[in-house]
Design a protein around this ligand. Structure first.
Ligand code: NAG
Length: 553
């Protein structure tokens, strides 16, 4: 969570049932800071044990306690853990409520504060606002685990609400007097406000599969100044911010699993895969208590090696996931089979694997959460279907297709050399399809998939004319595509982005709006919708920068 790393203080006395002991703000902050130290030193259960006795009386204890449970839930993805975390968050909100100033509307706090200095919130009430915002944010993140559109909307509303409070807290800091600002507890408060967004990012980075989707979702909420910090994943100078946020923690806890993980993730997003691999391995070696952190690292390592097309290494980590993680067996097995499909057959045999068998398992491994299926699992099962017949039809470049599904091309695009190698793999696949003697019913779909992916590589390499030809080829096949109904809408979207890159914003908007309006009921539709919203939002910003057509009254 968001405490500034301070020296570990001796703990206040243990609560004793016979002695009424009130946990004041200062002691609470000190104790939570010790808990955070434990946590960042990979002593997760000790941290929980320290916070637990006070979680119903002290808002910082409540917040710390539920934060840890939320992280655990996000990592195990066990319904039981999610329920426990949710219950703990509700309790934490109640604990915070006890200390919050009672006002009619949350939004009025800032006005309230500015209007009359005699009505200032007490210090405790200010901290209560901050804790409330933090817990609300965590509740929102957990809501996002529910993949439904309702989950998104609910989560999004909580996030807006939470950020509104952070903003109000910022206003409060600005109106503090210098004398007050030097007080230790206010230093924590100020640190808390600025670190709130940082810790949110840390939480997001722990949800690798969901990070980009969340970003995409937040992207369309429109308040760019308020949300700019969240976008550090996507913009150049943002990395500097993320790294500088992380630095004091990395210095103090060089072997902390979360710091190592976060450092590695930033390296991935920068395209520095070698350094990332090193750090993920160090992260795995750093602790054994939370095996789930290993799983997150396996997932990331699998991708880092896939980006380099080192398929045997990538397979190794996909295989670990299949064996050890419960998060989504269908996706892991599909990933593993897809990666193996990129290797020559004799290599696969040497590894003792059977690609056809693996693909055949996918459908039966699917999860249902509250009766709903997970879109990516559904996608994988549909792709794997062609192995269920007695004469299986091989998927072409399935691992590269998944790379696109998980948004990997934007990351690989930072490395022109690797992008060129992927392009050459695609050209080989293209050649093979062309020479196919007995084209199957999937033949055209497969060709279109290869063209879409080729177009992406070419666009990333700046070869826009060739990229456009590839995209247009897919779109021209619209009426003949039989199975992969996602190809045309996704390709159109990518074509829109190509026009954006060329600087033709109005054409880009027209194409992307068309996808939004005219395509329905294809695979991973909501995934594309979030990307669309994000893209339209950035283009809206471009449009806003143009000279205004009329002056405001
Ligand atoms: C990767 O990051 C490390 C550490 O920041 C740096 O020393 C190295 O030069 C980077 N490598 C590349 C290829 O950017």
């Amino acid at each position: 969570s968001h405490f500034t790393p301070g020296g570990a203080e001796p703990l206040p006395a243990e609560p004793q049932s016979c002695v009424p002991f009130k946990m004041d703000l200062e002691s609470a902050l000190k104790e939570c800071s010790s808990a955070l130290d434990l946590f960042l030193n990979n002593r997760f259960m000790d941290a929980l044990a320290l916070l637990k006795p006070w979680k119903n009386q002290s808002m910082y204890h409540a917040m710390g306690y539920s934060s840890i449970l939320v992280m655990q839930a996000a990592m195990t993805f066990e319904p039981k853990d999610i329920d426990t975390a949710m219950a703990s968050l509700r309790e934490s909100l109640q604990t915070c409520e006890k200390f919050r100033k009672k006002v009619g509307l949350m939004e009025s706090i800032a006005n309230f504060w500015n209007r009359q200095s005699t009505d200032k919130l007490t210090e405790e009430e200010m901290h209560a606002e901050l804790c409330y915002a933090e817990v609300l944010l965590q509740k929102a993140s957990l809501t996002f685990l529910d993949e439904s559109i309702i989950g998104f909307i609910k989560g999004g509303m909580k996030i807006r609400n939470s950020y509104q409070i952070y903003k109000d807290c910022q206003t409060m800091i600005n109106s503090l007097e210098d004398k007050e600002k030097q007080k230790q507890t206010y230093v924590h408060f100020t640190g808390g406000v600025s670190m709130g967004i940082g810790s949110f990012n840390l939480m997001l980075s722990l949800l690798p599969s969901r990070v980009l989707r969340l970003m995409e979702f937040l992207g369309f909420s429109g308040d760019r100044t308020q949300y700019c910090c969240i976008f550090f994943f996507l913009t150049g100078d943002g990395f500097v911010r993320a790294e500088s946020l992380l630095e004091p923690y990395s210095k103090k806890f060089p072997n902390g699993a979360l710091m190592l993980f976060y450092t590695a993730r930033i390296a991935v997003l920068k395209g520095n895969f070698t350094f990332a691999q090193e750090k993920f391995l160090a992260c795995i070696a750093s602790q054994e208590e939370w095996r789930q952190i290993h799983h997150l690292c396996y997932w990331e390592l699998m991708w880092a090696y896939s980006f380099e097309q080192k398929w045997k290494e990538a397979y190794r980590y996909a295989n670990f996931l299949c064996k050890e993680s419960k998060w989504s067996q269908a996706i892991y097995v599909y990933q593993k089979a897809s990666i193996l499909s990129m290797l020559p057959e004799e290599e696969v045999n040497k590894l003792g694997e059977n690609v056809v068998d693996l693909f055949r398992q996918v459908d039966s491994l699917r999860l249902r959460i509250a009766g709903k299926s997970i879109p990516t699992e559904k996608f994988a099962a549909k792709k794997a279907q062609r192995y269920s017949s007695s004469v299986p039809v091989k998927l072409v470049v399935p691992a590269l297709e998944m790379m696109y599904v998980w948004n990997g091309f934007t990351v690989v695009g930072k490395r022109p050399g690797l992008t060129e190698s992927i392009l050459s793999t695609l050209e080989k696949a293209e050649e093979q399809l062309k020479n196919e003697q007995n084209p199957s019913e999937y033949h055209l779909d497969d060709q279109c998939l290869v063209q879409l992916l080729k177009g992406l590589c070419l666009r990333e390499l700046g070869r826009l004319v060739q990229a456009e030809i590839c995209f247009n080829h897919v779109i021209s096949c619209e009426n003949d595509i039989k199975h992969d109904n996602y190809l045309v809408p996704f390709t159109m979207y990518e074509l829109g982005l190509l026009h954006r890159q060329k600087g033709d914003i109005s054409k880009a908007i027209t194409i992307i709006e068309n996808v939004k309006m005219n395509y329905k009921d294809y695979n991973m539709e909501s995934r594309l919708h979030f990307r669309i919203h994000a893209a339209l939002n950035t283009m809206g910003t471009f449009a806003a920068k143009l000279p205004p057509s009329r002056t405001p009254a």
